[in-house]
Design a protein around this ligand. Structure first.
Ligand code: PMP
Length: 384
């Protein structure tokens, strides 16, 4: 039985629903007098009028294809409900609100410990109860896989589990593909509901396909999932607030019911999403030449970060810095949990003018060939 089988079809919006009906009408004489947008005889195309509540259709189509892959079964069956969102944050918030309203089981979401700092308030304010599962092992500066599995197995059945699809923030520690497969199996056994946060697709490995492994594996394995996507990092569209929230459903009929309710969640929050960034993203994703160029640039960004990790690691070892530094290169994505202690981060700020969060997290993307040696020496000194 689909998780969403009991979601009722909601009524169309009294005003924006008129535009939906207008757009679906094929008659050349058609006139839309529903929405309050000023137009004279000289209206241009493309315009800057309101998007539909669920956003730019070309964009959401391209976003879903990028995440799930062209050959995804629910995609081919027109069974993915999707709405554009105010970047990744807005996608998580829409997801939280939808789950709080329609998830048919206990409304508790489990977050990895630690997780992105905004996850707890987003889901709490959405009306879900927030709990944690073990994720990070301080002693190895790696994944606490045994603790993670044990916590999944001990969750009440049908709980909601938030998973970072790739490039876990703040630790930079991701499960391997083999570990993802085990996680998927446990989640299936326990009938847990997986909610993926994918804020860094392509940014981790340099390949959007590789970074979507977990999402695509879960869907192939038969899970119904929720997915929050952000185009802030991988398209450099931070301030344009481009994102998408999607849910896999049983069939096109259920997808339509779920989307009708997503509209009812979105309409009183912000009515409809911003246009400009979604237009940029859909232009890039929908044009073969631009897509290739963009993907090459994503690859360059990821590779530059990876090369900085190697250089930092090698410098620290060459300078005889006490401790084990392998995690610097095994971690992935924008962030690295260095393992530096709070007093060490304070010394770095006070003595070396180097700033990072007090948990020892650094943004690898802030290191470059000009500052990497100074940074490495300063860390080495702070640890010695
Ligand atoms: N999820 C995670 C894990 C993040 O790190 C971020 C950005 N820091 C987001 C979601 C959302 O970011 P945005 O709203 O800018 O897309």
């Amino acid at each position: 039985l689909s998780t969403w089988s009991a979601v009722p079809a909601g009524p169309p919006d009294p005003i924006l629903g008129v535009t939906e009906a207008f757009k679906a009408d094929k008659d050349p004489r058609k006139i839309n007098l529903g929405v309050g947008a000023y137009r004279d005889e000289n209206a241009t195309n493309p315009d800057k009028e309101y998007l539909p509540i669920t956003g730019l259709p070309e964009f959401t189509k391209a976003a879903v294809k990028l995440a799930y892959g062209e050959d995804s079964i629910p995609l081919q069956h027109n069974a993915i409900a999707v709405t554009q969102s105010i970047s990744g944050t807005g996608a998580l918030r829409i997801g939280g609100a939808f789950l709080a309203r329609f998830y048919p089981n206990t409304k508790t979401i489990y977050l990895p410990n630690p997780s992105w700092g905004n996850h707890t308030p987003i889901f709490r304010d959405s009306g879900l109860e927030v709990k944690q599962y073990r994720y990070y092992d301080k002693t190895t500066v790696g994944l606490d896989f045994a603790g993670l599995k044990e916590d999944l197995k001990n969750m009440p059945e049908q709980s909601i589990v938030l998973l970072h699809a790739c490039a876990h923030n703040p630790t930079g520690v991701d499960p391997t593909p083999e570990q993802w497969i085990e996680i998927s199996d446990i989640i299936q056994e326990k009938k847990l509901f997986p909610f993926f946060d994918m804020a860094y697709q392509g940014f981790a490995s340099g390949s959007t396909t590789h970074d979507a492994f977990a999402v695509r594996h879960f869907v192939k394995a038969g899970h119904q999932i929720a997915l929050a996507q952000s185009f802030a990092k991988n398209m450099g569209l931070y301030g344009e607030r481009v994102g998408a929230f999607s849910l896999t459903t049983a069939d096109p009929e259920e997808k339509a019911r779920v989307e009708s309710q997503l509209k009812i969640v979105v309409r009183p929050m912000y009515s409809n999403p911003p246009l400009h960034g979604a237009r940029i993203a859909s232009t890039v994703l929908g044009n073969h030449k631009l897509y290739k160029e963009w993907h090459g640039e994503v690859e360059n960004m990821a590779n530059r970060i990876i090369s900085m990790r190697h250089r930092l690691h090698d410098n620290l070892v060459a300078q005889g810095t006490p401790g084990e530094w392998k995690h610097i290169t095994s971690q992935i994505g924008m962030f690295s949990f260095t393992g530096l202690t709070q007093p060490q981060t304070k010394v770095l700020a006070d003595k070396a003018h180097i700033y990072m969060t007090s948990d020892g997290r650094i943004s690898m993307a802030g290191l470059n060939s000009h500052n990497i040696d100074y940074f490495s020496e300063s860390v080495s000194k702070a640890v010695k």
